[in-house]
Design a binder for this molecule. Structure first.
Ligand code: SF4
Ligand code: SF4
Length: 248
């Protein structure tokens, strides 16, 4: 079946931005990952994460700020990222965390490290995490402190986006299927936060979902222990925050 043409306009992104302002949690998670990444939050440096936006979203941003510009790939991996983009998307980059403008963050910035998880039955049941960042993103190992308000704003934003642009929905149908394949290969369950912020666990082979328990909250290295974390920060030449790995 052909995907209906997108009707999304720059002004739609302006309203989406207004409804998506809640921080992921009340803690400043950048304090935990920056020491592993030359002092920059991992999700704010294109060495790690290249923000991908709808071309229409960039059209809006250009009218509001000079924070963003078109991303120029600099190596094989970044060339691949750009080559694989669909025709209505593009990669952009900002001037860096010190110049961040809260109101001019992209949907991708606001939602990181989460994506909309869609079941095989095409139900949008919650948010999953971009697993390739699990070794650098402290937040992904601390899902129990994600605010329910953030999840509900995330869900409302993507639901509105899917109505205007069916290709976005198709993208996450495919991405969620990739998540099931990857976790299945790893023989691991997929952690999600349900639409009310509750932990859910997906069995990747069957796609079945059950409620998560405390022990199911994921922890990835080096966020598994204070010792692991301190060693990783030391190796990266960073400085451990005074409270260590604990939320603060
Ligand atoms: S979301 Fe993850 S990568 Fe981004 S600042 Fe927080 S801990 Fe770092
Ligand atoms: S706009 Fe802000 S949140 Fe987004 S990548 Fe740049 S510094 Fe990070």
């Amino acid at each position: 079946m052909k995907t209906p043409k997108s009707t999304i306009k720059p002004a739609d992104f302006a309203s989406l931005y207004e409804g998506f302002n809640a921080p992921v949690s009340r803690f400043d998670c950048g304090r935990k990952c920056a020491p592993l990444n030359d002092g920059e939050p991992v999700c704010c440096s294109t060495q790690n994460a290249v923000p991908v936006v709808h071309k229409v979203e960039f059209d809006l941003l250009k009218t509001r700020t000079d924070l963003w510009s078109k991303f120029k790939p600099y190596d094989y991996a970044t060339k691949q990222i750009v080559a694989e983009l669909t025709s209505d998307c593009m990669a952009i980059h900002c001037k860096g965390a010190r110049h961040c403008e809260r109101d001019n963050r992209t949907i991708a910035c606001r939602g990181f490290p989460f994506y909309p998880y869609i079941t095989r039955e095409r139900q949008f049941v919650g948010v999953g995490t971009y697993w390739v960042f699990e070794d650098r993103c402290w937040m992904m190992s601390n899902l129990e402190i994600v605010d329910a308000k953030f999840v509900s704003e995330f869900v409302a934003t993507y639901e509105a986006l899917f109505v205007k642009d069916a290709s976005e929905f198709a993208t996450y149908v495919d991405f969620s299927a990739s998540a099931r394949r990857v976790y299945s290969r790893w023989k691991r369950e997929i952690p999600l936060l349900g639409r009310d912020g509750e932990l859910l666990i997906v069995a990747p082979s069957s796609g079945e979902i059950r409620p998560g328990r405390k022990k199911d909250f994921p922890k990835a290295k080096p966020f598994t222990s204070e010792k692991e974390y301190r060693e990783a920060v030391k190796e990266a030449g960073g400085e451990v925050p005074k409270e260590g790995l604990r939320p603060s």
